[in-house]
Design a binder for this molecule. Structure first.
Ligand SMILES: Nc1ncnc2c1ncn2[C@@H]1O[C@H](COP(=O)(O)OP(=O)(O)OP(=O)(O)O)[C@@H](O)[C@H]1O
Length: 571
């Protein structure tokens, strides 16, 4: 609660003014039936047209003021809700961008997406609703009760008699409805997750003719949503008819008792008419209050899910480790690491690279090749051992400074719906010449020249209007464009033909001789020229050395080489 108030704090003056306006509008709404009763019972019998017009105008004024005040207050409330939600969403987004990879793994991406979308939406609805109805409904309820008791205490007994039933209904619906809403939200989360997987994987689903399977899978999560929606609907559907029933019974009771009291000269017709209106106002106010409870509990649950992420303590903090002089640019010293802190995914990894040297990493799928790169970039911290760049432990290098050293191409790296130039620049403000130079080096210049708008050619989301090889070249251009100190290529030549791959390697040798390069590859031809090669298996180095050395000493390497190139050597 404290946190939500801290978000609302900047808008407190605006909210106070809005609530005062709302208060005025609501009082006007409450006044109208009272004026009506006064006119019928006191003014009309005097047969003074001037007085009737005067009171009539008072009613018109109240009605106009009520509507203007309510609209103004609602608009102000909407603005406050939108602004507050914008700030919450912004803080959440910012925090997500700073979460470490381990923290993202723990939350999972779909859960973070639904916190950013549906949870912020619920918070928005709650803040809006609390301002619109949070003041109005209690005033209408309390004010209505006070006015009815003051104009005819006996008729109020009808209202009093019906209250326990109303309370019971509201209590039952809230008690049942809130957990049902929470369950519904969970199944909506699952449906969003399935939908997301389906849409991102639409090609492979089609290619593997899994459309029917996916349709069934989606149908099953969707029918769970429908089932839960029905359950919520069935419970909530009780509210309006049951309340209407109470209302009608109450109104009948008021009319019966009112008629009796008017006949007996104990009350007046105007009071009975006003009473009927107040009765409706009071019941509607109670209904609104029950809705506020449901919406507030949903909104608070969502807000807590958002705050959980925003308050996640920062891990991977910068540690004060003094640098040690080193002849090496990159060093891995006995590094052991596990994602789930149970079974090690990398064990005892050691290697060192001098400036400008190239390391090739090869090994079967799942052997830990990409994990080495993730540790080098400090996406995760090692469990044992240390990783140094220029003698500085990566844990002691500020994140921005560390990442600036790198040019990276990851597996399945992403291109955005933007121009080719902007995709390469990536917000770094690089001059076009550098971008053009990098595309030439990455062997992308040739295909860019065939495009009408060339570097301004717009890509679609994820670069889906390019071929796999073209995408790969743009991604490599992005990695090269800022003249990185360290170049990391994770299986990035897999979509390049052998000739382009060889041309790329030549360009790198010529123009990036000071850049230390780490290449992860499935193809031996992509790494066989590297100064150092390590062969990984099950998270361990089972062979290291140059291509020739490995061809002599490492059985696994020989097998890969023979299977891919018939065991060709460099010479
Ligand atoms: N984010 C993660 N959370 C948990 N386990 C992970 C995560 N990423 C990778 N792993 C596990 O760590 C091991 C090594 O994975 P890694 O991606 O490093 O392999 P790889 O050699 O690069 O494989 P590939 O050639 O298929 O890309 C695998 O067993 C994988 O399941």
């Amino acid at each position: 609660m404290k946190r939500i108030i801290s978000y609302l704090k900047p808008y407190l003056p605006k909210m106070t003014i809005g609530l005062l306006i709302k208060f005025t509008g609501t009082i006007m709404d409450l006044l109208i039936p009272w004026i009506l009763a006064h006119m019928i019972d006191k003014v009309v019998p005097q047969k003074d047209i001037k007085l009737i017009i005067y009171w009539g105008l008072a009613m018109v004024f109240c009605a106009a003021l009520a509507i203007v005040a309510n609209i103004t207050a609602n608009r102000m409330a909407t603005r406050v809700a939108a602004e507050t939600t914008r700030k919450v969403r912004h803080d959440l987004f910012e925090k997500i961008t700073y979460l470490s990879c381990g923290q993202i793994d723990n939350y999972t991406v779909p859960s973070l997406v639904s916190r950013l979308t549906s949870d912020t939406y619920h918070v928005h609805r709650m803040i809006g609703m609390m301002q619109r109805l949070g003041v109005r409904a209690p005033i209408l309820l309390l004010g209505g009760i006070i006015v009815t008791i003051s104009i005819d205490p006996v008729l109020s007994l009808v209202l009093l008699g019906i209250q326990p039933f109303i309370f019971l209904t509201v209590f039952y619906v809230s008690k049942k409805g809130i957990p049902l809403y929470n369950k519904l939200q969970q199944s909506v989360d699952q449906m969003v997750r399935a939908l997301r997987e389906n849409i991102t994987g639409v090609r492979i689903i089609k290619a593997l003719a899994k459309t029917d399977y996916e349709k069934d899978r989606f149908a099953s999560v969707s029918s769970e949503v429908v089932k839960r929606e029905k359950k919520v609907g069935m419970t909530m559907a009780l509210t309006n008819p049951v309340m209407n029933l109470y209302l009608n019974y109450g109104l009948t009771g008021v009319i019966l008792m009112g008629a009796y009291r008017v006949n007996a000269g104990l009350s007046q017709p105007g009071v009975v008419i006003a009473f009927l209106t107040y009765f409706t106002i009071i019941l509607n106010a109670m209904l609104s209050i029950s809705r506020i409870f449901v919406l507030a509990s949903k909104g608070l649950a969502s807000f807590n899910r958002i705050i959980e992420v925003i308050d996640t303590p920062e891990d991977l903090t910068i540690e004060d480790i003094p640098p040690t002089p080193s002849a090496y640019h990159i060093e891995f010293k006995n590094v052991t690491f596990s994602y789930h802190k149970n079974q090690a995914n990398l064990r005892n990894i050691s290697f060192s690279l001098k400036k400008g040297e190239t390391l090739g990493i090869i090994g079967p799928t799942g052997s830990g090749k990409s994990s080495i790169l993730k540790l080098l970039l400090r996406f995760y911290d090692t469990d044992e051992g240390e990783i140094c760049i220029n003698g500085r432990n990566v844990k002691s290098i500020p994140r921005k400074e560390l990442h600036k050293m790198f040019g990276i191409v990851f597996q399945n790296d992403i291109l955005f719906a933007d121009s080719i130039a902007e995709n390469i620049d990536f917000g770094r403000g690089l001059p076009l010449e550098k971008i053009m130079f990098s595309t030439d080096l990455a062997q992308a210049g040739e295909f860019i020249d065939t495009l009408e708008a060339r570097w301004n050619h717009r890509l679609t989301n994820k670069g889906s209007n390019l071929s796999g090889g073209q995408k790969q070249r743009i991604l490599i251009s992005r990695a090269l464009a800022a003249n990185p100190e360290i170049l990391v290529l994770d299986d990035s030549s897999s979509a390049l033909d052998y000739k382009t791959d060889a041309q790329l390697r030549n360009s790198l040798n010529q123009h990036f001789e000071d850049t230390t390069t780490v290449i992860v590859a499935q193809r031996i031809s992509s790494i066989m020229h590297a100064r150092h090669i390590i062969v990984l298996e099950d998270g361990e180095i089972i062979g290291s050395g140059s291509h020739q050395e490995l061809m002599k000493n490492c059985k696994s390497y020989q097998e890969i080489s023979i299977s891919q190139m018939g065991g060709a050597s460099l010479d």
